[in-house]
Ligand binder design. Structure first.
Ligand SMILES: [Mn+2]
Length: 256
């Protein structure tokens, strides 16, 4: 019997926001939505979980990280998980040779948002020089932020993770790589994972609820719609933020 009604401890409400990808405009609107909801419906222990992929593709990666760093010590308590895009940035800091791989994932937009010019990126000096300039432009605060991101967060019956988990493997034996990149074996699994998994990474048009997992990545950078699951007790609501504003929906239907 699957636990299709996962529960959070009494007094806890979790706001779990999907992939942002440089859309500071939508993140600010989501921040206001969470704040307004908490004002209207206060709770003892509100937690804001961001599911990773803050950077790349969209226009303002640096602004997104500024926002997250700035809100780190405020209410609600904030937990930022590591996505594969943050992992690619960290890889590039270690090894300039990974630049082209990162650029394929949308890293160019991140480099531009951190003040590199097209000239810097196209220059004949190559990846080493891009790495040097990027390191100069990346503040210590941001570097520490990227380096300190956890891979998952667990609360009540829920597990929050960027991409998903490898079915049949205990959490402590999961590979970091898979937690940040996995798709098929996780998405196609019907089995009870022992925890109900809330994840981003694989875009869907609408919030995507299944008996064993909830996908929250609505491809904000392209669709203009950022989504946040609002979890409390056995309740699942969600918020969508667009440039027109935000809306709270009372119920998430399950895919059969
Ligand atoms: Mn991802």
């Amino acid at each position: 019997m699957q636990n299709t009604h996962p529960t959070l401890p009494e007094g806890t409400r979790i706001y779990a926001t999907g992939d942002i990808h440089g859309r500071l405009d939508l993140l600010k609107i989501m921040g206001n939505a969470i704040e307004s909801d908490l004002k209207k419906r206060p709770v003892t222990d509100p937690i804001s979980v961001f599911l990773g992929d803050y950077i790349d593709r969209g226009p303002d990666s640096q602004g997104v990280i500024d926002f997250l760093v700035d809100h780190h010590h405020r209410t609600p308590r904030q937990i930022c998980l590591k996505g594969n895009h943050e992992a690619s940035l960290l890889e590039f800091l270690e090894d300039a040779g990974t630049l082209y791989h990162w650029e394929d994932l949308g890293g160019t937009e991140t480099l531009l948002s951190y003040g590199l010019s097209i000239h810097d990126l196209m220059g004949s000096a190559g990846a080493e020089s891009v790495q040097t300039i990027f390191k100069e432009n990346l503040s210590k605060l941001h570097e520490t932020f990227f380096e300190s991101l956890p891979l998952h967060y667990q609360c009540g019956d829920y597990l929050f993770v960027h991409a998903g988990i490898r079915p049949d493997v205990p959490l402590e034996e999961q590979r970091a790589e898979e937690l940040m990149w996995i798709r098929g074996p996780f998405l196609n699994s019907q089995e009870d994972f022992g925890v109900f998994v809330v994840h981003g990474h694989t875009p869907t048009e609408r919030i995507d609820r299944h008996p064993n997992r909830l996908g929250v990545d609505t491809e904000a950078y392209a669709s203009g719609r950022l989504t946040c699951a609002v979890l409390e007790g056995q309740d699942m609501k969600y918020i969508t933020a667009t440039t027109d504003g935000w809306e709270l929906f009372d119920f998430i239907p399950t895919h059969k």
